[in-house]
Design a protein around this ligand. Sequence first.
Ligand SMILES: [Zn+2]
Length: 124
Amino acid sequence: MTQYPSTRKNAANMWRCDKCGLPIQDGHGTIELIDPETGEHPLGTSCLIIAYHRRCDPQPNRDAYWIRVERARGGEMLDWIEHLLEKPWFSPANAREFIRRYQDGMCTADGFKVYENAPKAGAQ
Ligand SMILES: [Zn+2]
């Protein structure tokens, strides 16, 4: 059997914690989707999507829609986006942000970024 060299892109891609900046191992964190109508965003930004280690979450009992990190990677991301778009509070703009966050935050277990996005429209 041929052994192909592993590359960073083939590594188990991980979400990166919004608090400590480190990769979130399977079983150790969640992605939260904040309802823009009712949710109070813990980072105080316009971002509706946040990823935390369980140990880093300042409000672990906050009422939010959450997904375990190990369930929001690769092909499962598409399943989530399809599912979430059925919800009245999840807009196409939210879907775009979810994808953007996924691409911006994804890293390998040793912390290397997986994707490099083109600059956002309007950014210099
Ligand atoms: Zn963390």
